[in-house]
Design a binder for this molecule. Sequence first.
Ligand code: PLP
Length: 420
Amino acid sequence: MNPKELFAESKTIIPGGVNSPVRAFEPYPFFVKEAKGSHIIDTEGNDYVDHCLAYGPILLGHSDDDVMADVYNQMKMGTAYGAPTENEVKLAKEVIDRVPCAEMVRFVNSGTEATMAAIRLARGFTGRNKIVKFEGSYHGAHDYVLVKSGSGAACLPDSAGIPEDTTKNTLSVPFNDVEALTKLIDEEGENIACIIVEPVMGNIGCVEPNVKYLKFLREITEENDILLIFDEVITGFRVSRGGAQEYYGVKPDLVTFAKVLGGGFPIGAYAGKKEIMSLIAPAGPVYQAGTFSGNPISIQAGLSTLNKLDYEFYGNLARKGDYLRTNISDIVEDLNLDLQVVGLASMFQIYFNPEPVVNYEIAKKSDAKRFLVYFRELLKNGVFIPPSQFECNFISGAHTEEDLDKTAQGIENALKVAWQ
Ligand code: PLP
């Protein structure tokens, strides 16, 4: 079946034709046959340089030979046990070794589960109910955080099916705005359990924190006995060996991970200070559990992946990011377009927006129609990115200079068409 027919059929039996909303785009998405390294190939044999990278998990490149060999080996020994394994201890040690705030770790199955559990833990620890998130941040698809959310939920009204009672304790403020948060904490500080933040807002594109903003978050939370949670589901093990907290030098109380940690397999984790993490069941009274938590396949894939991620790897990857961003900036300048080329390390995006984007309000003013034209043209040029400015594009260790040059050329061609 061709992708048009497949999508038409899929829509009759899978809501919207996809199993996660961001994957659907008009007139129809391509269907994947396979992926290897920096490339993804569709059912019609079209080959794309992949900068979607499964929305972030793929850091070494698709189907890395070493990781796959270890995973096959593990598969032969069983795929789920319901009893602990030594590898879980090894991976926990690895996370603790890398991540400044991590003294204890609990593995779960997704980023959604990780943030849900971390928020419950923060509430259990502080005895307070309210939480603060930032407008446009995305922390997964659970009820507490689907308020003014980014990613696939960006520009949609908040989800139906969530009782007001559940979200009445979720407060949100604009990112990078010291005054707004100071005012909120003046009014509500003693009721707030935690502030959860994506240190780099990767679900409204790629918005970095202003210099000192993360330090301000650390100070104001400490002064008010509020826990600071970094949601590093995107930035964790991607922007540096120890994630954004290492990159920016700010240590939160708790951190959440997923994506890269599973080396291409489903995983999530939350970690933090022993004093707080010790409250989790069965050690303490905050309940959290999962049949597949610590799944041996995902844990093996995570271990094998992290084993390959040393400072040298991150240095090389950052150089690839700089190379591509510089090339894109030059193209934008040569074409005389007023756009924002943004990103850090292996993350990048172009905002079709004349204004520097520092928060969701400004991100929303970006030209979505033109971006869609650009996205479709990029596909025609053999480059795959997420179909929205409210997602981030990624680079993997498998991307070659040739790949990045093909991407830059594709971007030039696509921008020309979008501005015709
Ligand atoms: N937090 C952030 C920052 C994310 O980007 C995402 C997913 O994109 C999540 C949480 C949810 O993770 P998952 O899709 O694994 O549930």
